[in-house]
Design a protein around this ligand. Structure first.
Ligand SMILES: [Zn+2]
Length: 520
């Protein structure tokens, strides 16, 4: 990744003179007109481009009408239980340093109503409680509204700057991970969400970057449960080049938890519930980093859509003896049969619910497509019938749906039904404005979002390529969700690409898991 070309000595000098830690906050507080913030500078280096998970247009192929026999006997057994506890378990015995940004006369970013230094400390205290609950030992660089920790200050020459105090504190406190807690600010007031920073010159740069990648993915997913999809800023971890990040002798990241320059982020951080949920997710991300660092395999979920109609590739797919997730269209002639067969063979089953698209030929819809014109009760009725049509389902994902997923009311009814049935929701991500994650968040429904489609090009070679790109992403961030399709448009080659690629993916140290292991 390209480095941000700040002259280091100049930065250090400026920081010491200003007496603040965060350059981001500093730029806004002291030099609003003359200085670009780090965020704005970083943009010039293309660090903030949307990632590969941009929404794709609706799939609009018509389901295959081929009628192939699928019946085959195999022993019945229950699907594996969920195991979301593992990342938290990895926190046991870990020593985590929380460098609480700003303090005392240095209030950081924000206004008097929402000062960065106060938010940093509130979140740090809450995060400490959560991390300790999961067995970690936690150390704060300050636990009061002061420039640095009293422990650090007492131990050191009083002439040392607050930056040096923090560096000395990090050097004198043995630890496994340092997380600097800050709020960001940008001159572009649309920028929001969490942003991770690390330093490539830290002696634990590889682990620092890994922690940043893993936390970035977790927190971007976390944010998606609170904001409209169109508002999500898909940050990528940036090389922060801060003295504390560089000189701390342990894996170190700075977390800009949200952006005080954004009105909606500011409001979110005044909500205690949001702060609490955020600390849970930071703890989860930290635990996930530790578990990956200790050799736990990264995870990949493959969902195959458009079953239910004996479509091309279905037989081959159901012969794959591995934990793929199948999404079965309800109300088709083979919906129930394929659902039973998939369940027998230990595939997790989703209802592949047909949702209205912005632009699509009507032949791409299955019967009982949910449109924005339907009343709440009509939507509930369709979902109930879909449930009967696809027995064994553990959740829902959307077939098409660029219009309906962007509709707050429709998504709310679907999330409510998911909650009632103890289902998870997977967004196939066909709209930039999807409200599904937010609705799932409102109802406390486990949620996952597609990261990659693997058969946009409808050919074997590009499916293999997409699978390997997804695997590389899973390796970097800890997990990836991919979606492919059965059907006349290359279903067989998609399944063959999966079968041929799985050994390579597993050799990369990636575990293929059912979607319930990733949704949260
Ligand atoms: Zn579909």
């Amino acid at each position: 990744m390209k480095r941000i070309a700040f002259p280091r000595l100049l930065i250090l000098g400026l920081v010491l003179v200003a007496g603040v830690l965060s350059l981001v906050g500093w730029a806004l507080v002291n030099q609003p007109e003359q200085s670009l913030s780090l965020i704005d500078k970083a943009k010039n280096f293309s660090l903030f481009q949307p990632d590969a998970s941009t929404p794709s247009p609706d799939k609009d192929q018509e389901p295959s009408a081929k009628d192939q026999e699928l019946s085959r006997e195999s022993p019945d057994s229950a699907p594996p239980p969920k195991d979301l506890a593992l990342p938290y378990k990895s926190l046991q015995g870990k020593r985590i340093l929380l460098d609480v940004g700003h303090g005392g006369s240095d209030s950081g970013a924000g206004s008097t109503q929402s000062q960065e230094k106060d938010i940093n400390l509130e979140v740090a205290r809450a995060l400490k409680t959560v991390l300790e609950h999961h067995g970690a030992a936690v150390f704060l660089s300050r636990d009061a509204d002061q420039a640095a920790s009293s422990a650090a200050a007492n131990a050191m020459d009083s002439n040392q700057s607050t930056i040096n105090q923090r560096i000395a504190w990090a050097n004198n406190t043995p630890g496994d991970l340092l997380i600097g807690l800050h709020m960001g600010t940008s001159r572009n007031n649309k920028v929001r969400g969490s942003l991770l920073l690390y330093d490539q010159n830290n002696s634990f740069a590889t682990q620092s970057q890994k922690a940043a990648d893993v936390l970035q993915k977790e927190l971007t997913a976390f944010y998606s449960r609170y904001v409209n999809a169109g508002d999500i800023y898909k940050h990528k971890p940036a090389d922060g080049n801060f003295p504390v990040l560089r000189q701390s002798p342990l894996p170190s990241v700075t977390l800009e938890m949200g952006f005080l320059s954004n009105e909606k982020d500011r409001a979110l951080f005044l909500q205690p519930d949001f702060q609490k949920a955020l600390t849970e997710r930071i703890a989860y991300g930290a635990g996930y980093y530790f578990s990956l660092d200790a050799g736990q395999l990264a995870q990949m979920a493959i969902i195959i859509d458009d079953l239910g109609n004996n479509a091309d590739g279905t037989n081959e797919l159901l012969e794959l003896g591995c934990p793929i997730t199948v999404a079965i269209m309800p109300f088709m002639h083979a919906s129930a049969k394929e659902s039973a067969l998939a369940h027998e063979r230990n595939f997790e089953v989703l209802i592949h619910l047909s949702l209205e698209a912005e632009r699509s030929v009507s032949t791409a819809y299955t019967p009982n497509t949910i449109t924005t014109a339907l009343a709440d009760d009509q939507i509930r009725k369709i979902i109930n019938e879909a449930k009967a049509s696809v027995p064994h389902a553990i959740g829902l994902n959307n077939h098409m749906g660029s219009k309906a997923t962007a509709d707050t009311r429709v998504m709310s009814v679907i999330a409510e039904q998911a909650k009632e049935n103890d289902w998870l929701l997977v967004d196939s991500s066909t709209s930039q404005n999807s409200q599904m994650s937010k609705a799932a968040g409102n109802f406390g429904v486990p949620f996952a979002c597609r990261d990659f489609f693997i058969d946009n090009e409808h050919n074997y070679a590009s499916s293999v390529q997409s699978l390997m790109a997804a695997a590389a992403d899973a390796k970097r961030t800890g997990n990836a969700v991919v979606i492919g399709h059965v059907g006349p448009d290359g279903g067989k080659s998609t399944v063959k690409a999966i079968r041929d690629s799985l050994p390579k993916i597993q050799a990369m140290g990636i575990e293929l898991v059912p979607i319930s292991k990733i949704a949260k």
